[in-house]
Design a protein around this ligand. Structure first.
Ligand SMILES: Cc1cc2nc3c(=O)[nH]c(=O)nc-3n(C[C@H](O)[C@H](O)[C@H](O)COP(=O)(O)OP(=O)(O)OC[C@H]3O[C@@H](n4cnc5c(N)ncnc54)[C@H](O)[C@@H]3O)c2cc1C
Length: 425
């Protein structure tokens, strides 16, 4: 059998990654590995902290942070922008230059397109990188196959704004352009999703905006869940106090189809609801790269991990943190991602130095704004149940703030400032 040149090149390119051989078609190595190396994918809430903490704890480890964008926009507080409390997204935006200057993190702006767990090589749009340990914190992607008609083009008509940036700006522009009297639909997917209280905070902020600028308009919440997922009592109290009659909450209404032409959503083929502005928060799954790399579990959505080290249970030497991971009772939040990153970094450094790993202990607090000046919060401390090998809330640690409060709003602002500073300096 003879092989012509074209077929040979195709074959060589296809098998190069799998065999880990320097064959024709394999992308060039970006940086030759000369020391112990941790590669971190994703420069958001989890990735920045993992990269920084590995370097802070062991300067002999080279850390390469790969992020597709040259900046990161925080989802926390992006609902306040929608409500008109922020004029732009500048205060929610961080850069990576100080992580490089202050900690020696090597930042590469590129898209990670593949991972070869056997060869321990990451493929990016700019070349390959080998690693000793890999940390993935790629956030979320959407299960678009579960929502007919909701594709990239539909997102430009009915924004999700569930990844902060241009989508958030688009949704705000639509709210501003809307005629008074029109309805805003917010559709919420079945849990688990990124930021359990986030959709209800969004409804509050949008209602606040409508109350001020669009008389006669209201928010219709179509919630796929049987009830409000987080801080129910506090949201209901806040809505009664500030937005009575302005928020129409409908439980167990799962949006399964959208029609951008009609500006309508369909609920399981049974009911059609029209809106002047439609915010679709789609069902979610781990970031796409986690699926490509075979890190997603039997549920085909999220990544199973060892609850103490966050090492994947499917591939050795790859750790998954943040929204993409299955972190038991911990909610998918920025603060959880931050806590998980610290635990993961501590244990990666221990493992790379042949030391004992440290028990997992993590914290989460999520603030939500109900009005311009009042916020509420939920807090929890999390530990590993050794028998079940699962992360659980420490007994008695989970609680919500007693009431809507201006002090909580001050705490929230301080939290944001601190966490974004920690991520970027
Ligand atoms: C409206 C809203 C409000 C929220 N409010 C709060 C709040 O008040 N408090 C709170 O704690 N949490 C909040 N959250 C949740 C929080 O934003 C997420 O839980 C957090 O961002 C998760 O961190 P992560 O590191 O997993 O992902 P992210 O922070 O999203 O970071 C992922 C990064 O990976 C990059 N990336 C992904 N794939 C690739 C690839 N293949 N190649 C290169 N780069 C890649 C992305 O560009 C991104 O920068 C909110 C979320 C929303 C939507």
């Amino acid at each position: 059998m003879t092989l012509d040149r074209r077929s040979f090149l195709k074959l060589a390119g296809a098998s190069a990654g799998a065999a880990g051989l320097p064959l024709i078609g394999r992308a060039a190595e970006l940086m030759p590995k000369t020391a112990k190396r941790v590669v971190v994918v994703g420069g958001g809430y989890g990735g920045t902290i993992a990269a920084k903490y590995v370097r802070m704890m062991d300067k002999s480890i080279e850390v390469v942070l790969i992020e597709r964008n040259d900046h990161f926009v925080s989802c926390p507080f992006s609902n306040l922008y929608l409500g008109g409390l922020l004029t732009d997204l500048n205060t929610l935006t961080i850069k990576y230059d100080k992580l490089a200057a202050n900690h020696g993190v090597k930042v590469v702006q590129a898209e990670v397109t593949g991972i070869d767990p056997a060869a321990k090589v990451v493929t990016t749009s700019k070349g390959t990188l080998s690693y000793d340990r890999l940390v993935l914190s790629p956030g979320i992607d959407f299960r678009l196959d579960e929502m007919k008609g909701y594709d990239a083009a539909a997102m430009e008509v009915m924004p999700h704004a569930w990844k902060a940036g241009p989508q958030t700006i688009l949704l705000r522009k639509q709210l501003e352009a809307m005629k008074p009297g029109g309805n805003v639909i917010i559709s919420i997917p079945l849990a688990p999703f990124r930021c359990p209280p986030g959709p209800y905070e969004r409804a509050s902020m949008v209602a606040m905006y409508l109350k001020q600028h669009k008389p006669g308009s209201k928010v219709i919440i179509l919630d796929a869940n049987p009830d409000i997922v987080s801080k129910k009592g506090l949201f209901l109290k806040g809505w009664k106090k500030h937005y009575d009659g302005l928020i129409d909450y409908r439980a167990a209404k799962k949006v399964t189809e959208v029609d951008t032409g009609k500006m309508a959503v369909m609920i399981e083929g049974l009911e059609e609801v029209q809106g002047a502005v439609i915010n679709i928060i789609p069902p979610q799954k781990a970031g796409h790269i986690a699926h490509v790399a075979g890190l997603v579990g039997a549920d085909k959505k999220w990544c199973p991990v060892n609850p103490t080290t966050f090492e994947s249970t499917l591939h050795k030497d790859i750790h998954v943190i943040g929204d993409s991971s299955i972190a038991g009772a911990m909610p998918k939040s920025g603060y959880s991602a931050n806590s998980e990153a610290k635990v993961c970094a501590t244990n990666i450094v221990a493992l790379m130095n042949g030391k004992e790993i440290t028990e997992m202990s993590a914290i989460n607090t999520c603030y939500s704004f109900l009005s311009a000046k009042e916020a509420v919060s939920v807090t929890g401390v999390y530990k590993v149940n050794a028998e079940k090998q699962a992360i659980e809330a420490a007994a008695g640690s989970v609680g919500v703030s007693p009431d809507l409060s201006e002090v909580e709003a001050i705490y929230a602002e301080s939290w944001l400032k601190n966490i974004l500073t920690e991520m970027s300096t």
